[in-house]
Design a protein around this ligand. Structure first.
Ligand code: ADP
Ligand code: ZN
Length: 431
């Protein structure tokens, strides 16, 4: 485990030598073994020998989600099927799921980056890891499982759902670490309160939350209600699953495991690299993956990146919170709106629970934005006037945040559907 820490702290110039070496090897493998890449690399007239520094990355062709669809299920594999030992699929938040595959070495790499993820939150052999990410085709469950085993912690493989049973396990088995989506963590927090438990009745210390967008305000809520340190984690199936990047205790952005996954931020319109600190589309090149390597994969996730040194001592670049996906930006009456902005506004109102649904409609030619959000129990009990007053407060907050007047519906507690995995926050009925 010691050398894992070293990998994360090596001087950037030293790491770049390793990255360039791995990038050349990747280009060789891709042009020898994957027809789609052979074609694109020859169109771009790039040979492995042309790569001298990371700046040469900009000459390489991109990969997009549709390339996975066009070659479904196994067309992008760079190894024979005999070498594949695992298959997963992305959750298909935005369309048909994409299939991803792993060799034994890939599973080992994944376990390593997941161990690093957990170690960033101080997880070790004495911890009990309550893993409520979904087990199955989704990468979350098994990704955390292997990482927790690698650090020597005791894993409780809960998967999502069956909230009552989750509570019992959390309490009886002495979980110190919670892994799940932030929306499910909130649901668990609520269930814990309802069961009459206090955070101090549990041993939870740290939570690893990701797989969906969330906000600083949500972090505050989870930290207070569960009495834990909440850590943001990011990953995606096409790159490996969770384990791509994670916050350190400084929590000033998520460190990218750059020795395995080379990050770039590009302007989604021009596809040109943007200056450090500018928001754009996150792009990854996998440097070590065997079964399914990707070259400049466009994640459609929007964020910024910095290589500034971090107080924790890691020299790995950091990405900011994912602000949304290029494809989940809503354009409402000409205004760009991200669901996370609505969440940010809602969390500033004390009397609502951050369980919400955004519904967009087109009435005649006009787009309408409805935000359905739950009242706290006390407000619901206080009656119709209190609910109406709350509605006005929420409407004003949303207007202040995004500049649009929303139709706000304050609904009774527990009426917005809960999800055990990725929450579905937007219903766009215009399509
Ligand atoms: P799908 O694209 O079907 O949701 P995945 O299950 O691979 O497939 O999910 C990866 C996506 O989840 C990322 O591209 C990103 O949009 C989202 N995601 C993962 N972690 C985070 C996070 N910490 N914050 C915001 N979004 C995240
Ligand atoms: Zn750090």
């Amino acid at each position: 485990m010691k050398d894992l820490a070293l990998v994360e702290r090596m001087p950037r110039a030293e790491r770049e030598v390793l990255q360039v070496h791995r990038l050349k090897d990747l280009i060789t493998r891709l042009s020898e073994r994957v027809p789609l890449y052979r074609e694109r690399l020859s169109e771009a007239r790039v040979q492995p020998g042309d790569i001298r520094s990371l700046a040469d990355l900009a000459r390489l062709p991109f990969t997009v989600k549709d390339d996975f669809r066009q070659t479904y299920p196994y067309g992008l594999l760079a190894v024979p099927m005999e070498d594949v030992i695992r298959v997963h699929a992305s959750s298909g938040t935005t369309g048909r799921p994409t299939v991803v595959a792993y060799t034994r070495q890939d599973v080992d790499t994944w376990s390593e980056v997941m161990a690093r993820t957990l170690m960033a939150g101080g997880v070790g052999p004495s911890d009990v890891v309550h893993n409520a990410y979904g087990y199955g085709l989704f990468t979350g469950g098994l990704g955390f499982h292997y990482g927790a085993e690698r650090v020597g912690a005791a894993v409780v493989p809960m998967s999502g759902g069956f909230t009552d049973r989750q509570l019992m396990a959390l309490r009886d088995l002495g979980a110190t670490v919670l892994c799940c989506t932030p929306s499910y963590a909130l649901h668990l927090a609520e269930a814990i309160e309802e069961a009459g438990l206090k955070p101090k009745d549990l041993k939870l210390r740290v939570g690893f939350f990701g797989a969906e967008p969330w906000t600083e305000a949500m972090r505050d809520a989870l930290q207070t209600r569960l009495n834990i340190m909440a850590i943001n984690i990011y990953g995606l199936s096409e790159v490996i699953g969770p384990g791509v990047s994670v916050e350190c205790p400084e929590r000033q952005g998520m460190h990218v495991a750059e020795d395995h996954f080379l990050p770039e931020i590009v302007d989604p319109a021009t596809l040109m690299p943007v200056p450090e600190g500018t928001v754009g589309e996150l792009v990854f090149t996998t440097l070590t993956k065997e079964a399914l390597p990707v070259l400049r994969y466009r994640t459609r996730d929007l964020t910024s990146m910095t290589a500034e040194p971090c107080r924790c001592g890691r020299t790995l670049a950091r990405i900011g919170r994912i602000m949304g996906r290029t494809d989940d930006m809503l354009i409402i009456r000409g205004v760009n709106v991200y669901p996370s902005q609505v969440e940010h506004a809602l969390l500033q109102v004390a009397d609502v629970e951050p369980h919400y649904l955004i519904v967009v409609r087109r009435d005649s030619a006009l787009d309408t934005l409805e935000v359905r959000v739950e009242a706290r129990a006390a407000v619901a009990e206080a009656g119709a006037d209190a609910m109406r007053a709350l509605e006005a407060v929420v409407r004003r907050k949303i207007f202040e945040t995004i500049g649009i007047t929303a139709d706000v519906s304050i609904v009774p507690p527990k009426t917005v559907e809960r999800s055990a995995g990725k929450a579905q926050r937007v219903l766009d009925l215009r399509k």
